[in-house]
Design a protein around this ligand. Structure first.
Ligand code: PAF
Length: 280
């Protein structure tokens, strides 16, 4: 695996791969890799000639008081994992490389999808860095985890509306054996919070069971989510919502494909999880 730290070097290398007729799969990450990231890399490996993984803790997607400084980082460990996963190139730029002094260009997706997002500034940071990574690494396919379903939707909208010549591939959520969705932020949880965090997946499963048993009223499903999460004393709900799975529009009566999406804080750690349920 080759490691690149500058935009020029990786871009020239990617151009060269494309000149040789090779397809490029990009997996953008913020590092501190877990099995979820490795599933993205494996999917890219199975579909593309060349796999590029980026590791960049992107400061502009963190709000004031969020965990940018404390975000877990371990480039050496990540690099070993990627090497073992058969990744061809790692792009790990510095903040100054991506955002030189005087930097001032941003990409923002607006419309119904983003109006209801709880962290709009965050998504502007994500779409800006992802656009830069697309222009730098020239992927044919780019891989994102279904765990951040809102992020995947916003990026898909951006790709469509700005005509990026690439396809977004969503990869299913990878869970720990007890059901907790894998996240780099899980390391922040103390043992008590770690066991309380199981309410995320449990509440999603209960909501799914209720819908499968015939419940169609979103208020009642939302109440069920809140009540299940509420059994955990440290849980603080940011959102527990039911959306149309393709448009993120609010849903009153459950029909077709719905996304049940959660963001819950345990202490200062904000975890997200979601589930798509299909009804006829
Ligand atoms: O999902 C993430 O890890 C980040 O939001 C991403 C897509 C790498 C952009 O910084």
């Amino acid at each position: 695996m080759q490691t690149f730290n500058t935009i020029n070097d990786i871009q020239n290398w990617c151009r060269d791969q494309k000149r040789q007729g090779k397809s490029i799969g990009l997996v953008p990450t913020m590092g501190y890799l877990h099995a979820g990231h490795l599933a993205l890399a494996a999917e890219a490996r199975s579909r593309c000639d060349i796999v590029v993984v980026s590791i960049f803790v992107n400061p502009i997607q963190f709000g004031v008081g969020e965990d940018f400084e404390d975000y877990p980082r371990d480039l050496r460990r990540d690099s070993n994992l990627l090497e073992q996963a058969g990744v061809d190139a790692l792009f790990a730029p510095s903040v100054r490389e991506m955002y030189p002094v005087g930097y001032g260009s941003y990409v923002e997706v607006t419309g119904e999808i983003t109006e209801k997002l709880s962290r709009p500034g965050h998504f502007r940071g994500v779409t800006t860095v992802v656009s830069k990574l697309f222009n730098i690494c020239l992927p044919d396919l780019a891989f994102f985890g279904q765990k951040d379903a809102q992020q995947a939707m916003v990026i898909e909208k951006m790709v469509k509306e700005l005509n990026f010549p690439l396809q977004i591939i969503r990869v299913p959520i990878i869970r720990e054996a007890d059901g907790l969705a894998m996240s780099s932020r899980n390391v922040y949880l103390n043992p008590d919070q770690r066991s309380q965090a199981l309410v995320l997946n449990q509440s999603l499963q209960k909501a799914r069971e209720a819908i499968m048993a015939g419940e169609r009223d979103t208020d009642r499903v939302r109440n069920l989510l809140q009540a299940t999460i509420g059994t955990s004393p440290e849980a603080n709900v940011d959102y527990a919502e039911i959306y149309d799975a393709t448009t993120l529009a609010d849903v009153k009566e459950i029909d077709g494909s719905v996304l049940i999406a959660l963001a819950v804080r345990f202490g200062t750690t904000r975890l997200i999880d979601n589930l798509i349920v299909e009804v006829q």
